[in-house]
Design a binder for this molecule. Structure first.
Ligand code: HEC
Length: 430
């Protein structure tokens, strides 16, 4: 009884003040939604002014409560990651209380929206702006099956010297149509060769893989985000005259869109910065019966050299329903690195950990993918459910681990081992 009384007294004392637009809600929307719901962003409309938000406030509460917005699919069970997107329960409740109070605007000045400083890139590449790719207003037939259209474009950098790339910034003339982009640096002109097969059309129809290297090996961005930035102290070693290959996934927006792309590369590696490599854990082929809703594929890699894992890029189609990757050390201790219990391929962007995770020589990396090849998977592109037999030499499903060897001298050993693993899986009869 006393407890209840005390609780009531506290509740009365701590009666929260009525939230207002200017004091509370604007800040919440700016930090969680503005990057996408403003000019040049991927969101379908602006969420900048009082009217933009007040007009759809209940819808906003509904979408944020059920986790649809802001889009973010990484589970909390893995390692902590940079740039985590998520609006807190308290923030959502503040918006709800604001609605209950009649959405007051409040007193005081609006928060100023800063433009960000002018940053000059070290190199830039772009597609030919005179021949944009035309995205039709209505979807192709494939769109209705849940498969977004994709096209791969070549963006020549023409860098005369090798570069130490620390981040990549992407922009497009059609931000709302572009859902996702996977990047690979190509120093062999292979993507140019594919592009040359159909000289009249910009880009080409295939994925952006370059030989053994899967697209996304140099980062992947999701809707609305335009920057891949390696954690401090790491860089990508890039030879002269590379092309940035951009596998671009887009969807119809209801009007004809002219798609041109550009990328800016930045080099601000610090003294002693370490070069990043890509280790690929993959399932090369999947064979799944129709209606099998619980097919699991796994791969184990015994890591031959101590490495720091700085981030991971996941890739799998919509027939995949969940995936995770973990590391087990010689004492049998297992650490979950990254997990998706509700995989959606459109939100599979690269994540970088807030702190690199060290894997010692002999530790095992285990990847597991769950496939739901039945009609109960709302994203399954194979409906009605049918027998699937898919193979790709860069993996039907994969995780690219972005790593740096602990001992710099072991870089070439690590590179050779990774290549041999990729070849072995390619030859393996599964
Ligand atoms: C990373 C980019 C991104 C962020 C951040 C983001 N959105 Fe969105 N939003 C989108 C995109 C893209 C769409 C279009 C729908 C789609 O394709 O998923 C969208 C659609 C919406 C819609 C319409 C949904 C529908 O079903 O019609 C609402 C409402 C919305 N967002 C609200 C918000 C709110 C509120 C926030 C912040 C809490 C937010 N969004 C943060 C990208 C984003």
């Amino acid at each position: 009884m006393i407890e209840i009384l005390l609780a009531t007294v506290f509740a009365q004392q701590e009666e929260p003040r009525v939230p207002t637009w200017k004091q509370d809600v604007h800040e919440i929307i700016l930090s969680n939604c503005m990057p996408c719901h403003s000019s040049g962003g991927a969101g379908a409309f602006h969420l900048l002014r009082y009217e933009d938000v007040a007009g759809r406030a209940s819808f906003i509460v509904e979408l944020t409560r059920n986790g649809v917005m802001p889009p973010w699919k990484v589970d909390d069970s893995g390692l902590p990651v940079h740039h985590k997107r998520g609006i807190s329960k308290e923030e959502i409740e503040t918006i709800q209380r604001w609605i209950d109070a009649g959405k007051p605007e409040g007193d005081g000045a609006e928060i100023a929206i800063c433009g960000g400083g002018l940053v000059i890139p070290d190199a830039t590449g772009h597609t030919n702006p005179d021949t944009p790719w035309i995205i039709p207003a209505e979807s192709a037939a494939r769109w209705h099956k849940g498969i977004r259209d994709k096209r791969t474009f070549v963006l020549p950098i023409n860098n005369p010297n090798p570069m130490k790339v620390t981040s990549l910034k992407f922009s497009t003339t059609a931000p709302r149509a572009v859902q996702m982009v996977c990047f690979v640096f190509d120093h062999q002109g292979r993507a140019r060769m594919f592009d040359g097969w159909d000289p009249d059309e910009p880009g080409y129809e295939m994925m952006g893989d370059i030989g053994w290297v899967p697209s996304g090996a140099h980062g992947k961005i999701g809707p609305g985000s335009g920057v891949v930035s390696l954690p401090h102290g790491f860089h990508w070693e890039v030879p002269p005259n590379i092309d940035v290959v951009a596998e671009t996934h887009f969807r119809p927006t209801g009007k004809i869109e002219q798609l041109s792309l550009s990328v800016d590369l930045f080099e601000d590696a610090i003294e002693g910065s370490r070069a990043v490599q890509e280790i690929v854990s993959m399932i090369r082929r999947i064979v799944i019966e129709a209606d099998d809703d619980a097919f699991v594929a796994t791969e184990h890699l015994d890591i031959p050299i101590a490495v720091d894992v700085i981030g991971i890029t996941p890739r799998a189609g919509a027939e995949c329903s969940g995936m995770n990757i973990s590391s087990t050390n010689s004492e049998g201790t297992k650490q979950l690195l990254l997990s998706y219990s509700d995989w959606d391929p459109h939100y599979g962007e690269t994540v970088f950990f807030t702190k690199p995770f060290r894997v010692m020589k002999g530790d095992t990396i285990t990847s597991a993918w769950n496939f739901n090849n039945s009609d109960s998977n709302p994203r399954n592109p194979f409906v009605p459910a049918q027998f699937i037999d898919l193979a790709r030499k860069t993996g039907v499903a994969n995780f690219v681990l972005h790593v740096a060897p602990v001992q710099v001298e072991q870089a070439s050993d690590l590179y050779e081992w990774n290549l041999s693993m990729l070849r072995k899986r390619q030859r393996a009869v599964q």
